[in-house]
Write a protein that binds this ligand. Structure first.
Ligand code: UT7
Length: 325
């Protein structure tokens, strides 16, 4: 007898070449390297070049994930791009990625859950594959978030960056007595009553403009730690594990203090927490797969490890996914 499991076969990340440091930012708005590092833990962020779009970043990350997985676009039949910054209002950035990968087959769609998009994407691809709608998926978190920023607003423009991360998911049949592998459980949550705490003041149906990010930072902060820990516990419980079983915690990279606060509330030793916020800043849907790809590439996350992904963002949306690597 065998059991069907959905595994992550490869991951990859891509950061645009241009780096914007806190010191450079301090020449643009009334801020300082010391304030940003102390309050958020960010040193620098990457910014997409003019003419470089979200789908371009997504394609680079996708190619790296496919190389790591040993597959080509011929083997993919589902592309999910989690993004808040699609190239166009429509079509989906995912269909542009499909085109740029030279594919005519399969399906592609965008998923909008802001910073939680990649975790939502993992859970969505997991169900699509389990339900027979697809066999092998590219789940990509990609953002040119810098284009939503008001570069005169120091309360938001220092926090975000651009980038993309991707994962190849596929179905395997495991012998009943084989070691556990793959996505063990996910939990997704949202509560739209909080939408005005973190939103962009534009859109096709309201203003007809793109708009800029607005955030009630301390309010978002207040909700973040509790919501993150609740959904992590719910995911662990579904799979029959506890925090002590975790090898790695790969959280959304919004703020070092939020990550440390959640880690402390969960009683997780800091050395089990993957932290890339200082070099990447908050790349929204790209933050979790970028952090994941760093920790896989440097050999921290290894086959057999128990890995918890987690994110929280605008909506509010939040979620977690537990994976046996
Ligand atoms: O990805 C989605 C999830 N997003 C998040 O998780 C973000 C959650 N929120 C946060 O990370 C934090 O609330 C922030 C980093 C956004 C802000 O940190 P804070 O410790 O909550 O600061 P604050 O907003 O309470 O502001 C404290 C002071 C204020 O000055 P006064 O009123 O005390 O004189 C701000 O005007 O810091 C000032 N300030 C700044 N100073 C220098 C705000 N932004 C800056 C800045 N540089 N960039």
């Amino acid at each position: 007898m065998t059991k069907t499991r959905i595994i992550i076969r490869g991951v990859g990340g891509y950061l645009p070449e241009k780096v914007l440091t806190n010191i450079e930012l301090a020449t643009m708005v009334d801020t300082s390297d010391a304030w940003i590092q102390q309050r958020v833990g960010i040193r620098e962020r990457h910014i997409a070049a003019e003419g470089q779009f979200t789908s371009d970043l997504a394609v680079e990350a996708a190619k790296r994930a496919m190389t790591a997985a040993g597959v080509t676009s011929d083997d993919i039949d589902l592309i999910i791009v989690a993004t808040t910054t699609p190239d166009y209002t429509f079509p989906a950035a995912a269909t542009l990625v499909q085109m740029k990968l030279g594919m005519h087959h399969g399906m592609a769609f965008d998923l909008q859950a802001v910073c939680s998009g990649f975790v939502y994407g993992i859970a969505t691809a997991d169900s699509h594959i389990k339900n027979g709608l697809a066999t092998r998926a590219l789940v990509i978190g990609a953002e040119t978030f810098s284009r939503l920023l008001d570069w005169t607003d120091r309360t938001t423009c220092v926090l975000f960056g651009d980038g993309a991360g991707a994962a190849v998911l596929e179905k395997i049949e495991l012998a009943d007595n084989a070691p556990e592998q793959g996505i063990l459980a996910s939990a997704l949550r949202s509560d739209g009553h909080h939408w005005q705490k973190l939103y962009v003041d534009g859109g096709p149906s309201t203003t007809g403009t793109i708009g800029h990010v607005h955030m009630q930072g301390p309010e978002v902060f207040r909700h973040a730690v509790g919501k993150i820990t609740d959904v992590v516990y719910a995911t662990l419980e579904k799979a029959g594990y506890t925090v002590a079983d975790l090898d790695w915690f790969v959280p959304h990279q919004a703020n070092k203090r939020i990550i440390e606060g959640a880690g402390a509330k969960l009683s997780l030793p800091p050395e089990k927490v993957v932290m890339t916020v200082s070099e990447h800043a908050n790349t929204s849907a790209a933050s979790v797969p970028l952090a994941l790809s760093v920790a896989v590439a440097d050999g921290r996350i290894k086959k057999g490890d128990l890995v918890m992904l987690e994110a929280m963002g605008g909506g509010f949306t939040w979620g977690a996914s537990l994976i046996r690597w």
